[in-house]
Design a protein around this ligand. Sequence first.
Ligand code: S5P
Length: 279
Amino acid sequence: MEKTFSRQTYGQRIQNHSNPAAKMLLEIMERKKTNLAVSVDVTRSKDFIAIIDTVGPFVCLVKTHIDIIEDFDFSLIKQLQDLSDKHDFAIFEDRKFADIGNTVALQYSSGVHKIASWSHITNAHPVPGPSIISGLSSVGLPLGRGLLLLAEMSTKGALAVGTYTEEAVRMARAHRDFVVGFIAQRTMKGVGMQDNVTDNDDFLILTPGVGLDTKGDAMGQQYRTPRQVIVDSECDVIIVGRGIYGKDPSLVDEIRAQAKRYMDAGWEAYQERISAPVV
Ligand code: S5P
């Protein structure tokens, strides 16, 4: 019988992983009882830090787009790391690498942002093939980092479907030391496997495109609810951006209330999933 990882608790799943970043994330989720990641897509350092300090108690992970910060200075990274220690969350730079191995290794290790030096988890498009994983792992693996592959996307008309998604999962299965899971819209259990072969890979599924109040934006984004994502699609982490800080990045009480609301919705859905009777 196939193992049903989606029925195990986050805590039980720690033992399914050898990668330190995957273990760290699952440990935090179990300890803090949250499967919420907040995507902090703001352009000023001041707003960035204020939002993270506000949502910190409610999240397992903070997702960054560090290249959109207009007044970036490397001291911002120290502040981010201090908040990660203070609130106990992991850091995920959503860099979406997509180049040849040699180039992504340089982009990951060097430049202004030196992502590998501080981001526990990062992600990559599988479009260049397995060499993107070798390039990134040459930098990230010795540092204990983890990688997510973008197997699917949340946007209307996304091309990451069908055999592309299946090949992404096969690439991940061949690099289990570094690839800890996927950015995807559903569980990848059994995807790309031959019939009658047991799928023993417990991948983490982190899912953006989550909103309780709207169905999308004017630029192709599509939102589903935490319940649809965690229960119906068996994903593990909900990634929420504008649903939490969107009204006004300076409204601290509103941001805190929204973070709590999404955390509660995500955890309730997870509890429903792990306690559902096996059919
Ligand atoms: O398919 C995807 C993959 C990602 S990583 N769709 C996404 O929206 N994302 C990211 O999730 C996107 O770059 C943004 O940072 C976040 C969603 O933000 P929101 O404001 O729409 O919740």
